[in-house]
Structures are given as structure tokens and as C-alpha cells.
Design a protein around this ligand. Structure first.
Ligand SMILES: CCCCCCCC/C=C\CCCCCCCC(=O)SCCNC(=O)CCNC(=O)[C@H](O)C(C)(C)COP(=O)(O)OP(=O)(O)OC[C@H]1O[C@@H](n2cnc3c(N)ncnc32)[C@H](O)[C@@H]1OP(=O)(O)O
Length: 302
């Protein structure tokens, strides 16, 4: 069985995301009497599936925003319109932690023949995704990009002199991040407030899809098209997929709620667009199309 490195240098002609597995898929020399395809879909198909899946997120933003405009339910307050709802506080507000945990469970269970090498490359890709998340939401040589966008488009922290003690009001006036402004009791007001939720939920979901898709497709192939055997499939589901699917499902729902209850159209769209950046360069362009990039960053695998 060839290693990731061998495979990467050999495959210069097109996308190759998944690798063959050591156990499971039947050999290509199947007799005509066998009713299922000889192997799970190839890496090239994964690339196309991934691009299609990425359309879920703009569609969700459009759907939620339209719903908030035309439906009375969308306009009325609900549990999910509260900032302190439990899913927001316990999950989205520390969303990169949960995304990382689901990703770690996935890579801990890789069945790639050279899993150590595959894991180290996967951790490099996680590092790039983490860096993108940090630059946009936490720190960009000072305030993060989302706060710089806000102040760069005329926004500022407005103190409320009427109710705030003057020391806090001065602190608010000087705040250059939304967190500092909130901490000083000011109002983050007036600029383009790129939706951090739209960014993070889309960015994290696209990362998880890209990393886990080969394994998900492989498991589905085994369960529905390939040789049917329910117990390994159950082990797959309870051992690996439940966490990733749970997080993907919750991120989708919270993006829908953000689209219904929070932010303006342009703020949600800019959050989504910024989320495409790192994912688009790495997973939609470099890994499928550039053999050199595959050497450096590896390819998501089963
Ligand atoms: C090799 C083998 C391994 C084996 C392994 C086995 C398993 C091991 C298991 C486990 C180990 C795990 C190890 C992990 C290590 C990881 C390291 C880390 O990553 S630690 C980082 C954690 N920190 C985060 O994750 C922060 C994430 N949060 C953020 O970045 C921000 O909060 C962000 C961008 C999501 C949101 O920022 P905004 O809330 O300030 O801004 P806006 O989205 O524009 O929202 C404006 C307002 O609208 C509300 N809003 C918007 N949408 C809402 C919604 N849907 N629901 C409620 N409110 C909403 C918001 O709550 C906000 O309100 P308001 O300003 O707070 O008052």
C-alpha cells in the first residue's frame, strides 16, 4: 500500500481526496454477479460533493433572512432570538472548541494505512483553519478583522454618559474591539458589523465537511451500496460520525437562527463570504488542483 507521500506525488492529474482502505472495499476484479460498484466514489467526486454541500450555507442565510421578513413567526421573539439561549452560550460562543473536539475524534479514528502521517497533515490543515478563525474573530495584530471592518466603516463604541460613570464611559470611548466595548458598557454602533456567527458557523462547517467527507462517503457506500453489514456500520456511526454530524447539524440550525433573528443582510453575507476564503483556497482549489500543495498539506482521508 502506498503512503500518502507516494500517492500525492503520483497523482498530478487531478483531485484525489480519499485513499483506498486496508479493509472493506472489494477488489476491482469483481465478477459480474456482484451487484455493487467495486469501490467507493473517488476523490474527484468528493471534490464535487464538497462544492455542492458548500451551497447549503448561502441557501440557509437567504432562507432565514426571507423568513424573518415575510413570516410573522420570524418576526416574533422566540427562545432562539435570545442571545442567552443555551445553544448559543454553551456551544456557539465556544464553537471553535467544539469543532476542534469533533475533528479530533475524527482523526483519532482514521483507518488510513499510514494514520500517523495522515493525522499530522490533518493537524496542519486544522492549524490553518484555526489561524483564519483567530485572524477574523480574535486578533489581527491588534483588534480582529471583524472589529477592524467595523471601525473602518465608521463604527465606534458609543458610551452612554447618562447612565455610565465617567471612568467607564471614557473606557468605552477608547474601546477598539466589540468585546472591550461591551465590557465597558458601551454600544458598538454605526459601522458594518460583519456577523461573527455567520462567519464562524460557516467556516467551521466547511472545515468539518472537507475533513470528514471521504470517511462519510466511504461509510455510506459500505452501508447502502457496498457489501451490507450492519454491525461495522453501527460501530462507525457510534464511534466516529455522531459527533461530527451533531456539530454540523447544530451549526446549521444556529446559522438559520442567526439569519432569522440577527444582523442585516450585508452583515450576514460578508460573514459568509469571509468564511469561504481559507476553505476555498485550501480545499476547493489547492488540494484538488495542485500536487505540490498536496505534498505540503496532505489530503483529507478515510
Ligand atoms: C490525536 C488524538 C486526539 C484524541 C482526541 C479525543 C477527543 C478530545 C476532546 C476534546 C479536546 C478538545 C481540545 C480543543 C482545543 C481547541 C482550542 C480552541 O479552539 S479553544 C477556543 C474556544 N473559543 C471559541 O471557540 C470562541 C468561539 N467564538 C467566537 O469566535 C465568537 O464568539 C463568534 C465569532 C462566534 C461570535 O462573535 P460575537 O457573538 O461577538 O459576534 P456576532 O456573531 O456578530 O453576534 C452579535 C450578537 O448577536 C448575537 N447572536 C448572533 N447570532 C445568534 C444566535 N444564533 N443565537 C443567539 N445570539 C446570536 C451574539 O450572541 C452577539 O451578542 P452579544 O454581542 O454577545 O451580546
Amino acid at each position: 500500500m502506498s503512503s500518502d507521500k507516494d500517492r500525492d506525488s503520483a497523482s498530478s492529474s487531478g483531485p484525489e481526496i480519499a485513499t483506498p482502505t486496508t479493509s472493506g472495499p472489494p477488489s476491482p476484479q469483481l465478477t459480474a454477479s456482484q451487484q455493487y460498484p467495486a469501490a467507493p466514489p473517488s476523490g474527484e467526486n468528493h471534490h464535487h460533493i464538497l462544492i455542492l454541500l458548500s451551497l447549503i450555507y448561502p441557501a440557509t442565510i437567504v432562507l432565514g433572512s426571507l423568513f424573518s421578513i415575510i413570516s410573522p413567526i420570524g418576526q416574533s421573539a422566540s427562545y432562539f432570538s435570545r442571545k442567552n439561549n443555551i445553544f448559543n452560550v454553551l456551544f456557539v460562543k465556544i464553537g471553535w472548541f467544539w469543532t476542534t473536539a469533533a475533528f479530533l475524534v475524527h482523526i483519532a479514528n482514521l483507518r488510513h494505512p499510514n494514520a500517523t502521517h495522515a493525522r499530522s497533515k490533518a493537524l496542519i490543515r486544522w492549524g490553518l483553519a484555526t489561524l483564519a478563525w483567530i485572524l477574523v474573530t480574535q486578533w489581527f495584530f491588534g483588534p480582529p478583522l471583524m472589529d477592524r471592518t467595523f471601525t473602518g466603516t465608521g463604527g465606534a463604541c458609543r458610551p452612554n454618559y447618562a447612565v455610565q460613570p465617567s471612568s467607564l464611559a471614557i473606557k468605552a470611548e477608547r474601546a477598539s474591539t466589540s468585546a472591550a466595548c461591551k465590557g465597558a458598557g458601551g454600544k458598538w454602533d454605526g459601522g458594518h458589523d460583519l456577523s461573527g456567527h455567520a462567519f464562524m458557523l460557516t467556516h467551521a462547517s466547511l472545515f468539518l465537511w472537507a475533513e470528514t467527507l471521504p470517511r462519510l462517503v466511504d461509510s455510506m457506500w459500505r452501508g447502502t451500496i457496498g457489501p451490507r453489514n450492519i454491525s461495522p456500520l453501527m460501530a462507525e456511526w457510534f464511534g466516529v460520525h455522531w459527533f461530527v454530524w451533531g456539530i454540523l447539524g447544530l451549526w446549521w440550525w444556529m446559522l438559520l437562527m442567526t439569519s432569522v433573528y440577527f444582523h442585516t443582510w450585508p452583515e450576514k453575507v460578508s460573514g459568509w463570504l469571509v468564511a469561504l476564503f481559507e476553505w476555498g483556497i485550501l480545499y476547493a482549489y489547492m488540494i484538488p488542483l495542485n500536487p505540490q500543495a498536496r505534498q505540503w498539506f496532505g489530503t483529507p482521508t478515510v
